[in-house]
Design a protein around this ligand. Structure first.
Ligand SMILES: CC(C)(COP(=O)(O)OP(=O)(O)OC[C@H]1O[C@@H](n2cnc3c(N)ncnc32)[C@H](O)[C@@H]1OP(=O)(O)O)[C@@H](O)C(=O)NCCC(=O)NCCS
Length: 173
């Protein structure tokens, strides 16, 4: 989990946490491409490589088969890029503490990111989610539509069952 959080936060241009007192109860990381006008792809490549290197060096703990995990993650990432529509931004990570779900926190985090993306003239954002692991229904309810679906190599390997990656898109105009 630490690996995923660091991976998705590394290239985010929007990071927001929802808190009650000192307790973090929700997180959204997002990326608006217009925030990365120059050398955006190189920056993403370098930050991703840095996180992978830390994974290999054991920075996230003694995770078994790290090389295999890294290969699967890179291959999934390539498939995500090949199967995504042209978009101006992306929700890279969204989670709400289980005890606080169903109270509108996820929607508020999303509203604030969408507002920010619109303020940057973004016309479309995407999210990639997994089925059946993640809450696809939340995104559908929000207005995202399915763009493509394909096998999730890393989750299928980790969970020992077939998992799909779904690419969803949301038009902002
Ligand atoms: C998905 C998630 C972020 C939603 O957060 P949340 O705070 O519970 O969502 P909200 O309370 O803001 O719900 C917003 C709307 O989506 C609907 N919704 C949320 N989860 C739903 C579900 N599992 N099934 C059906 N509808 C759902 C709500 O009913 C609500 O509808 P409404 O606006 O008509 O009342 C949260 O469930 C979560 O963290 N899940 C685990 C991690 C995950 O799946 N992340 C996404 C993949 S990266």
């Amino acid at each position: 989990m630490r690996f995923m959080v660091e991976f998705y936060s590394a290239t985010a241009t929007w990071q927001e946490v929802a808190c009650i007192s000192d307790k973090v109860i929700g997180v959204l990381f997002g990326k608006v491409n217009l925030d990365l006008p120059r050398f955006g792809r190189i920056r993403t490549f370098l930050t991703d490589s840095h996180v992978y290197l830390k994974l290999l060096l054991g920075h996230f703990g003694k995770i078994p088969k790290r090389m295999k995990i890294m290969r699967l993650a890179i291959s999934d990432d390539k498939n995500i890029r090949a199967n995504s529509p042209r978009a101006d931004g992306e929700v890279t990570f969204l989670v709400v503490d289980e005890a606080f779900r169903g109270r509108g926190i996820g929607r508020q985090l999303m509203d604030r990111f969408v507002g920010y993306a619109r303020s940057k003239n973004a016309k479309k954002i995407t999210v990639n989610t997994t089925d059946p692991v993640c809450n696809l229904e939340f995104y559908k309810q929000y207005g995202f539509r399915r763009y493509s679906a394909f096998r999730d190599g890393l989750s299928s390997y980790a969970l020992k069952s077939e998992v799909k990656i779904l690419i969803l898109e949301l038009n902002l105009y």
